[in-house]
Every structure is written in structure tokens, then in C-alpha cells.
Design a protein around this ligand. Structure first.
Ligand code: SF4
Ligand code: SF4
Length: 340
């Protein structure tokens, strides 16, 4: 069969999540195959009975209705490739941009290092290469002529912050508001926000960050300039966002918060932090206990005011005054209902 490459450089025609591979492997061999895939990639493919992914090159209106395809529809690299009318990132003038989901996590060398043994060519070809996306895209790129490479069609990024129609009743509220404005006016650590993938990542991050600030402000345990919140509370109240899948994902958020004067870390409470599928747990298996505690502390520049306490007061007052619209007002930075 002809090789099918995803927008981000994975080889769909050899992907263990795909319908293509399900047609090549008999059910009896699936258990051993999926365990081996997990050994090399860290993720266990979904069960054999599921029809499998049809590949991200499939247009939206031809994707099956299974929830799995929501993740494909939301993929920022897929959207970027569609917008730019190119088959994959190898055809893009910005490749490899900072926002593509293509990664160098599955090179032969990195997987060998992770496993503590040399992966041979056969193992690499069977279980790893399909996800060695940057290498795959570089291979595609090396076969392209200059005329086949296109610069991305740029997109606008508008930041809309409502005008304040009054004054805050105390200085600590204004102090917090200014921090929130600085966060809202930043690019949240994203380079290349003028491309579809950059803008999509910005929207995801913004959505996450505002919900996260809401959760810590409402549910966090505050002690002067420190705050802690457990993963169970975050998980139970997270919607509409998802929590990061791994510690690296949290680090991205912590790096953004650090820019605004907040140091954060995770205190891990279990040696079973990851599911067999490779996702970070919020609760210790078979218990309701949190898998980790998130700890935050304001830097000395922010200690002029009790930042976490003031955030909690702002959010509580917003809830009292605007009820169900409180989160939406907070997300839009519409704090006018609190002004005098
Ligand atoms: S999961 Fe990704 S790599 Fe696998 S078939 Fe679907 S689009 Fe392709
Ligand atoms: S801008 Fe980035 S994500 Fe978009 S097509 Fe180019 S390399 Fe891929």
C-alpha cells in the first residue's frame, strides 16, 4: 500500500491507531503487538475492535462520528496544513516551526536512550519510525523542489480587553488586574502566533490558563504568598479544559507563570502517576486521593500584596455579583461589575 503521511509527519499507513494496520494484523496477534508498541512509544494503542483512525488527510465531512476524531478535528497542525493547502509541514516555508506537533521524541537515538539499549533497524522500522515525525518530514522535504515549498498564509491576532468603567475599591484588586492584563496581552510564550498553528496553540493555552487561574483562585489553599491545590480538585472542576497529559505539559504552564512572577512545582504523591496508556493521573488508582499537589509561590516583586488572597476575593465577589456569568466575565477580563 502507498505510504500515507499525516500533516505532522507521522506515517498513518503504519500507525498502530490506524485502520490500515488493523487490516494487516490478525486479532490473535494484537495483544502482543500493542504491548510491544507500548514498550517503544510509551502509549498503548486502542483496542483492536475499534475500526481505527482513517488518517488526518481525510476531510472533516468524511471522518467517522467516533469521539476519537474530535482530537483530529482540533489538531492545530492539521488546521494549519488545511489553511495553507499543503499536504504536510515539510512543504511549509516555516518548517520546522515551534508550533507544529511534529516532534523529535521518537528518533532511534532517543528511544534507545530511553530504553537503555540500542534499538536495531528492524525494531525502529516496525515500532518507532511511524512516529519519528521530524525525521519523516525531513525525508519528504529532501525530495521537494524549492518551488513546492510555500510560506504560510498569515493570520491576525486580536486581543480584546474591555475598557474599565470605574475604579477598584482597593489597591490589591488593581494590582491583580494589572497582572491579569499583562498575561492577557502576552503571547503566552508562543512564537509564530501569526500562523494558524500558533494562533490555535495560543487559544488553547489561553483557555487553559484562564480556567486554571479560576480554579486556583476559587479552590486553592492559601497561606500568605503560597498556594497549593491538589490534582483531584483540579480534575473534578477542570471542564471545559483538560489537564496536561504529563509533567512536561505542566512545565510549559509553569514557565509562563514564572514570567509573571509565580514559581510553581508539582509534589508527586504516587509511583503510579501514569496510566498504562501513558497519561498523567489526577487520582491514585482505586482511591480518591490526589496523584499530585501543585504548589505555587509569588516572587518577591509580587509580595507587595497578598496576590492569591486578592485573586480569591476578586473571583468570589465576581461570583456573588454576576452568578453563572462570573467565569465568562473573568475570562474576558470584564471586571467592571466590581468597580466603584
Ligand atoms: S492517529 Fe495520527 S498518525 Fe495515526 S492514523 Fe490517525 S492521523 Fe495518522
Ligand atoms: S506554520 Fe508550522 S504547523 Fe503550520 S504548516 Fe508551517 S510548519 Fe506546519
Amino acid at each position: 500500500m502507498e505510504q500515507i503521511i499525516s500533516r505532522c509527519g507521522n506515517i498513518c499507513s503504519e500507525c498502530p491507531w490506524s485502520t490500515f494496520v488493523r487490516k494487516k494484523i490478525v486479532k490473535e496477534d494484537w495483544g502482543e503487538y500493542s504491548e510491544t508498541v507500548k514498550k517503544y512509544t510509551g502509549y498503548k494503542p486502542v483496542k483492536y475492535e475499534w475500526e481505527g483512525c482513517v488518517g488526518c488527510a481525510t476531510p472533516n465531512d468524511e471522518l467517522p462520528s467516533h469521539p476519537f476524531f474530535n482530537f483530529l478535528k482540533k489538531c492545530r497542525t492539521r488546521k494549519c496544513g488545511q489553511h495553507n493547502e499543503i499536504p504536510n509541514c515539510a512543504y511549509c516555508g516555516r518548517f520546522p516551526c515551534a508550533n507544529t506537533v511534529a516532534s523529535d521524541k521518537y528518533t532511534k537515538e532517543r528511544v534507545s536512550e530511553k530504553l537503555g539499549k540500542d534499538v536495531d533497524d528492524d525494531e525502529y522500522a516496525r515500532y518507532i519510525k511511524m512516529f519519528d515525525s521530524i525525521t519523516n518530514l525531513n525525508e519528504v522535504r529532501s525530495g521537494l523542489k524549492d518551488t513546492q515549498i510555500k510560506n504560510p498564509k498569515l493570520v491576525d491576532h486580536k486581543k480584546e480587553i474591555p475598557e474599565l468603567k470605574g475604579t477598584f475599591k482597593n489597591a490589591s484588586f488593581k494590582f491583580i488586574y494589572d497582572i491579569l492584563i499583562a498575561i492577557a496581552n502576552s503571547n503566552l510564550g508562543i512564537k509564530g502566533i501569526d500562523t494558524v498553528s500558533g494562533l490555535e496553540l495560543f487559544k488553547e493555552r489561553k483557555e487553559f490558563l484562564w480556567r486554571f487561574l479560576w480554579l486556583i483562585g476559587i479552590f486553592g489553599n492559601i497561606n500568605k504568598h503560597e498556594l497549593s491545590i491538589d490534582s483531584g480538585t483540579l480534575y473534578d472542576n477542570r471542564k471545559p479544559i483538560s489537564l496536561p497529559n504529563n509533567e512536561e505539559g505542566w512545565k510549559v504552564i509553569f514557565d509562563i507563570l514564572k514570567e509573571f512572577g509565580i514559581d510553581s512545582e508539582l509534589e508527586i504523591k504516587t509511583d503510579k502517576l501514569y496510566t498504562p496508556g501513558g497519561y498523567m493521573r489526577a487520582k491514585i488508582p482505586k482511591t480518591n486521593k490526589p496523584a499530585y499537589i501543585l504548589k505555587m509561590k509569588t516572587s518577591s516583586e509580587l509580595q507587595k500584596y497578598p496576590v492569591f488572597k486578592a485573586l480569591n476575593e476578586i473571583l468570589s465577589e465576581l461570583q456573588n455579583k454576576t452568578g453563572k456569568r462570573a467565569f465568562s466575565n473573568f475570562k474576558k477580563l470584564n471586571l467592571n461589575p466590581l468597580l466603584e
